[in-house]
Design a protein around this ligand. Structure first.
Ligand code: CMC
Length: 437
């Protein structure tokens, strides 16, 4: 907190607003009383300059390419931690002791199965349903199956719903996939760790044993860590917005899943892969697509490039790029799409358009290539992102819920429609709102 004020002059009159300073010296001024005092509101398309909360979970500096969860650099977590340990860190605010981590892990392990009546849901969706639609629907449906844990004001109920969500989302995602390819669903195995269990549910069949390599488990663990939180992104803000009405955790997270689905957000990993495949099919002419991305008359964008906040580089992309080379080398794979991705990156990074607009590869540029190496189908990529982002959504919902200062999210607008207009009887209407003369 700071005791400084900022002076703003409106129509010749000076107003003062209190300054709020974050622990990393970010500065904001609180306009909570702006409309009451001045009659003005602010306009901020896409909330590019607006913070709606104080948060102690994740710090990122887009200019310097810094990302830290609870103060710990993402590079250290990527190298040394596991996804469940990172999840604990995000949700409960500190690195767990061994007993804390053991309990967290055991609780999650114990809740991985879905109720058999809930499993029937999967038969109700069309076979070709997008897994993100199934994920969103199934997570919202958890609020029908677990009505004993819907009260945001009860710490016990919140805790059990956190455990259930962390435990069951991988099962839900794997069931969505198995249903889409008409294979039997595979029950979770509690002797496996989080990532190995998920891969087993995705890829094993009753007819023969499945064993995944430690490299694959390690790569999945890394990807989930890198996706685990990203402060007030579109899906997390959605989770907070829904939660601000005191909606339960399942309903709030379900909204986050839907927000993540869009190709400008989590859906970008699927869109990147589809773009690389299209470029490959078209003869691999990378220059043509860079030119298209710059063409004002085309709505083509280089998917996996650009970020609202990172204007230097995305530190997650740096870690992923290295991991990508390592995973493909270890698995003896030679993916032509990786070559196209590298050429595209090199061409864009020296192109003045991309330099001027500060457009760099983001986390999704390389993640799809690793997911492909792990045999994850393209339409499941965004679902993988959802499993990774879940602890972040939970941490933000919990922080907001516990802060005691949260108000329901309710932005204002500047109305630009017709001013007061009298109702026209139907026989006098001529369409497009015009009246008979
Ligand atoms: N290819 C070509 N031009 C681009 C791109 C791109 N990928 N991204 C931005 N631009 C241009 C855009 O046309 C605009 O140009 P102008 O100023 O001439 O109109 C300028 O750069 C600024 O773009 P913007 O859309 O106003 O920027 P934004 O901060 O609102 O959008 C973004 C950020 C990520 C939505 C955007 O860069 C984009 O659409 N990228 C491709 C999709 C993508 O990779 N999304 C994943 C983001 S990382 C995963 C996550 O969500 O966490």
């Amino acid at each position: 907190m700071s005791n400084k004020n900022v002076k703003v002059e409106i129509e010749g009159k000076a107003w003062e607003f209190p300054v709020i300073e974050g622990s990393e010296k970010e500065k904001a001024f609180d306009i909570g009383k702006l409309r009451d005092q001045t009659g003005y509101i602010t306009m901020d398309n896409g909330f590019a300059n607006t913070s709606t909360c104080k948060s102690a979970i994740t710090f990122l500096d887009g200019e310097k390419g810094i990302l830290q969860y609870r103060g710990i650099p993402i590079e250290q977590l990527a190298e040394k931690s596991t996804f469940l340990e990172v999840s604990y860190l995000l949700i409960y605010g500190h690195l767990p002791t061994q007993p804390e981590l053991d309990k967290f892990t055991d609780d999650i392990r114990y809740h991985t199965m879905l109720r058999e009546d809930m499993v029937k849901l999967f038969d109700g969706f069309p076979r070709d349903a997008h897994p993100m639609a199934v994920l969103g629907a199934a997570v919202c449906a958890m609020s029908t199956f677990y009505q004993d844990s819907l009260d945001p004001a009860s710490p016990e109920q919140v805790n059990i719903s956190i455990t259930r969500l962390m435990a069951k989302l991988p099962t839900i995602a794997a069931y969505a996939y198995k249903t889409s390819i008409a294979q039997p669903r595979v029950y979770p195995r509690n002797d496996l760790d989080y990532c190995a269990n998920f891969l087993n549910m995705m890829f094993s069949v009753p007819a023969e044993p499945y064993k995944c390599s430690p490299e694959v488990v390690e790569a999945l663990n890394l990807l989930l860590i890198l996706h685990a939180d990203h402060e007030q992104n579109c899906s997390t803000s959605t989770v907070r917005m829904i939660g601000s009405s005191a909606a339960n955790l399942f309903a709030s997270v379900s909204g986050g899943i839907c927000a993540l689905w869009g190709p400008l957000h989590g859906g970008a990993n699927q869109a990147v892969m589809e773009m690389l495949q299209a470029i490959h099919k078209d003869g691999g002419n990378v220059g043509k697509y860079v030119a298209l991305a710059k063409d004002k008359n085309s709505d083509f964008r280089l998917m996996g490039f650009g970020h609202r906040v990172y204007k230097n580089f995305d530190p997650r992309a740096t870690v992923i790029k290295k991991a990508c080379d390592k995973v493909l080398a270890k698995m003896g794979l030679n993916n032509p799409l990786l070559d196209i991705a590298k050429q595209l990156e090199a061409a864009a990074l020296k192109d003045q358009y991309f330099i001027d607009k500060k457009l760099y590869p983001n986390v999704d540029f390389y993640s799809g290539i690793i997911y492909s190496a792990l045999n994850i189908p393209v339409n499941m990529f965004t679902g993988m992102f959802a499993i990774g982002r879940l602890p972040g959504w939970i941490a933000h919902w919990k922080e907001m819920n516990e802060s005691g200062t949260t108000k329901i999210g309710r932005p204002r607008q500047v109305y630009t429609g017709p001013t007061k207009t009298n109702y026209t009887p139907i026989r006098e209407r001529v369409g497009a709102g015009k009246k008979v003369a």
